[in-house]
Design a protein around this ligand. Structure first.
Ligand SMILES: NC(=O)c1ccc[n+]([C@@H]2O[C@H](COP(=O)([O-])OP(=O)(O)OC[C@H]3O[C@@H](n4cnc5c(N)ncnc54)[C@H](OP(=O)(O)O)[C@@H]3O)[C@@H](O)[C@H]2O)c1
Length: 343
């Protein structure tokens, strides 16, 4: 834990894990610039689209009411695409969308599909197997059958060969299904996403307000948070680029320890640094077994994923976007879509 940082610059709070920090050069972020973001979002949408780009796309977006979905929806609309939102409030419950035939009626007139449904913990009928694997796999196969070529899957960082949790394994199963199909697919694997309204980020924000900050063990677990703007930019680019069939880790441009992440969230809320309360992993897991009854986020397996840490090479995303992803700044914690330069 880096204790040298004073109150000012958030960058002074962090100790990058391993790799040197990359800065998103010249990125100016002001909430009032939302209109400018929307103007910029039009750029990559047109790129590589040809006639489809001129008329916009009909996009079926599942999870449209979620954190990612809401932000993707507003950027899609701003870019001139037509949105067909799908979530339970639109009558589409993944628990009941388990076969291709369930999806086919919803795919008429659709040009592209984005799957952004997911849960971080199981409760009631909300099971990883149903929501992360069987329903999306049925959707992807239905797209293949219906001739919808462009399909984007919002997966998660860590849904790879190293996966051990039911969360990651179920995500990876659907990713594998999509990658096996003859489609113009994208599997996007975001790390922890921050920005206004994100559930995980909100939980960490609340945790950071405690007078003693609880961390697992030494609190040095590596995170590589990515701002919602960069996730949305990646989605928009994936929708229209001609270089398809890509699995992309959507990560921020530097790693940060969990302890420093919480300290930076304190700073974002105008609070001074706080002392750490180090909880041994076995005790943290026992507490999580109780905590899961209050929040699906507080699952022992989620703590194990946090403990394992998760980071990835930022270069593939940087090449894909044609710029570096945003650098963490306190003002970004409470913002959603912000101008990101190009694209
Ligand atoms: N946020 C992150 O930090 C992060 C990081 C990496 C990966 N991801 C992945 O990105 C995806 C979206 O995350 P998010 O942060 O946007 O999550 P979120 O805010 O919790 O939104 C989840 C979405 O899934 C929908 N949903 C939940 N259960 C459903 C069901 N049975 N049938 C149909 N829709 C259902 C919800 O719709 P209703 O509840 O309105 O029906 C909502 O639109 C998830 O797969 C998540 O694993 C997120």
């Amino acid at each position: 834990m880096n204790n040298r940082a004073g109150g000012g610059d958030i960058h002074a709070l962090r100790r990058p894990v391993g790799q040197p920090a990359l800065r998103a050069g010249g990125c100016q972020v002001r909430l009032a610039e939302r209109a400018a973001f929307h103007r910029q979002a039009r750029g990559p949408i047109r790129e590589g689209l040809g006639t489809a780009g001129e008329r916009g796309l009909n996009v079926l977006l599942t999870g449209a009411s979620g954190f990612i979905g809401r932000n993707v929806a507003s950027a899609l609309a701003a870019a001139g695409h037509r949105l067909k939102p799908a979530s339970r409030r639109h009558g589409i419950d993944y628990c009941r969308m388990q076969a291709e035939a369930d999806w086919l009626p919803h795919l008429a007139g659709v040009d592209a599909v984005i799957n952004s449904v997911g849960i971080i913990g199981e409760s009631g009928s909300q099971r990883f197997e149903l929501l992360h694997r069987t329903a999306p796999s049925a959707l992807f196969r239905a797209c293949s059958q219906a001739g919808i070529r462009r399909v984007l899957q919002i997966s998660a960082l860590g849904a790879d060969a190293s996966a051990f949790s039911a969360y990651h394994l179920s995500k990876r199963a659907a990713d594998d299904c999509l990658r096996s199909l003859d489609l113009d697919w994208f599997v996007l694997r975001p790390s922890l996403i921050y920005g206004r309204g994100g559930k995980s980020a909100d939980l960490f924000m609340r945790l950071a307000t405690l007078p003693l900050i609880p961390v697992i063990g030494d609190g040095q677990q590596a995170l590589q948070p990515v701002h919602i703007s960069d996730v949305v930019a990646t989605v928009l680019q994936s929708l229209t680029t001609s270089t398809t069939r890509q699995t992309l880790d959507v990560v921020g441009n530097e790693a940060i320890t969990f302890a420093d992440w919480l300290q930076s969230m304190r700073q974002a809320q105008g609070l001074p640094r706080a002392a750490m309360f180090h909880i041994p992993l076995p005790l943290a897991l026992a507490l999580a077994r109780l905590g899961r009854h209050f929040s699906p986020l507080l699952q022992p397996e989620n703590l194990r994923m946090l403990q394992a840490g998760c980071r990835a090479d930022v270069q593939p995303l940087t090449r894909f976007l044609g710029r570096m992803p945003l650098t963490v700044e306190t003002r970004l914690f409470f913002s959603d879509l912000v101008p990101t330069g190009r694209p």
